[in-house]
Design a protein around this ligand. Structure first.
Ligand SMILES: [Zn+2]
Length: 423
């Protein structure tokens, strides 16, 4: 299924936070017409939020009834709604209930404390508040999950809080009156859109009403707050890379026998973090880096070189190669390693620092002079664009800039040959 960036304003194809595009279908007709969001669970999982929040948010925005607790994973909004429009609404949900308010990273935990909803950012560490005036905020506060066993006083306090919230909700409902033409986002009961119009008894309405009854009891069990334990989410967490660095440390996944990519991401993040801490990547010691790779058990892996090429350098890369050559030489032990190193370099200049593309030839000269990559590999790499590490367009522009180097290499070789002929 097609995936899109969780932040649709980020156009970087290597943005690591992705989700499925919303898939919906319209069912029924007339008054019974409804929109089923086929992959809501998957999308919610990518956002590490309970699907009930997402569907509920749509309900509030559209002023439509929704079911927040389907037993069959059929997430339904009453009425016919355009998928593109829902996707736009989802952007709103993400910006209000998922993204860190400070750094806009989507990897946040939801914490509820003292009636506040706080997003705890894993990237920058900032805790920011969700606007409590939003209707969904009331729903979230009202449907807090139970966290294991609690002592009596906590339970009592929670019961009291819930009662208060209910009383508050009922008040709204009575004010609501249910004039059908009104925009529901202004008037809908913040307890939910369960206040089903009197006398309507079609099957869909019944389903929703039944679901509403169960929700108080069931949501607590069903809703997994911040701890999404799906394989995908765990993997995403292991990567745990700040979005603003956008290093795209996604190493190729098609290799066998090298396990998951998380150790590589850990190494990459460690280099970046330590560099930031120390005030520049040049302050990082070669031995330190090597030992870190060793600690992670990847000091002999070719993919490690892809990560290092993306993290060891900044805009002064040409000058930074030689001081790293000793360590790199120790780690580059096969042609495969050489290629992985070039791939990382291609990503670094192609995606991370495109302003360095004109320097590709100068970079390659340094690789060559320091015996990091052999001339055969350099030649093969420099003459054939590939979409293994970056998209083809970027790959081509990197190769274009490598032309000077390839020419230089040819000349250097033919001179060497001439010299040896003379001997
Ligand atoms: Zn943040």
């Amino acid at each position: 299924m097609a995936t899109i960036n969780i932040r649709r304003d980020v156009t970087d194809p290597f943005y690591r936070y992705k989700m499925e595009r919303l898939q919906s279908k319209i069912e029924g007709k007339g008054n019974g017409i409804k929109t089923v969001i086929v992959n809501l669970s998957s999308v919610a999982q990518s956002l590490a939020r309970p699907p009930a929040y997402v569907i509920k948010y749509f309900g509030f925005e559209l002023g439509a009834q929704t079911n927040t607790n389907p037993t069959d994973d059929r997430w339904i909004i009453n009425g016919a709604h355009d998928a593109a429009k829902l996707q736009d609404y989802l952007d709103g949900f993400i910006s209000k209930f998922v993204l860190c308010k400070k750094c806009k990273n989507p990897e946040t935990d939801v914490n509820i404390k003292d009636g506040r909803i706080v997003l705890d950012c894993k990237a920058c560490g900032q805790r920011t508040d969700v606007d409590l005036r939003l209707k969904l905020s009331s729903f979230i506060l009202k449907n807090q999950p139970k966290k294991g066993k609690k002592d009596k006083s906590t339970k009592k306090a929670e019961r009291r809080a819930r009662k208060e919230a209910e009383a508050h909700g009922d008040e709204d409902a009575s004010q609501n009156g249910g004039s059908p033409g009104d925009s529901a986002s202004d008037h809908a009961d913040e307890n939910g859109d369960y206040d089903v119009a009197a006398g309507s008894d079609d099957e869909f309405t019944r389903t929703i009403t039944e679901g509403a009854k169960d929700i108080e009891a069931e949501d607590a069990k069903e809703i997994q707050w911040s701890v999404d334990t799906s394989e995908e989410a765990v993997k995403a967490r292991a990567k745990d890379l700040p979005d603003d660095l956008k290093r795209a440390l996604v190493v190729e996944d098609d290799d066998e026998g090298e396990g998951g990519s998380s150790a590589y991401d850990v190494l990459g993040k460690w280099v970046l973090d330590t560099a930031a801490e120390k005030g520049g990547v040049d302050k990082l010691d070669n031995v330190e880096i090597y030992l870190k790779a060793q600690e992670l058990g990847i000091e002999k892996k070719h993919r490690t070189l892809t990560v290092l090429a993306q993290t060891l350098f900044d805009e002064h890369i040409v000058k930074q190669i030689e001081p790293r050559a000793g360590m790199l030489k120790k780690m580059i032990t096969s042609e495969r390693h050489e290629k992985a190193f070039l791939g990382g370099t291609e990503r670094f200049v192609g995606i991370e620092k495109p302003e360095l593309i004109p320097q590709v030839s100068a970079i390659l000269v340094k690789y060559y002079e320091n015996d990091l990559v052999s001339d055969d590999i350099l030649k093969a790499w420099g003459t054939k664009a590939s979409k293994k590490y970056v998209d083809l367009k970027i790959s081509k522009s990197v190769r274009k800039s490598a032309e000077k180097f390839i020419e230089w290499l040819d000349t250097a070789e033919s001179e060497e040959e001439e010299e040896s002929d003379e001997e």
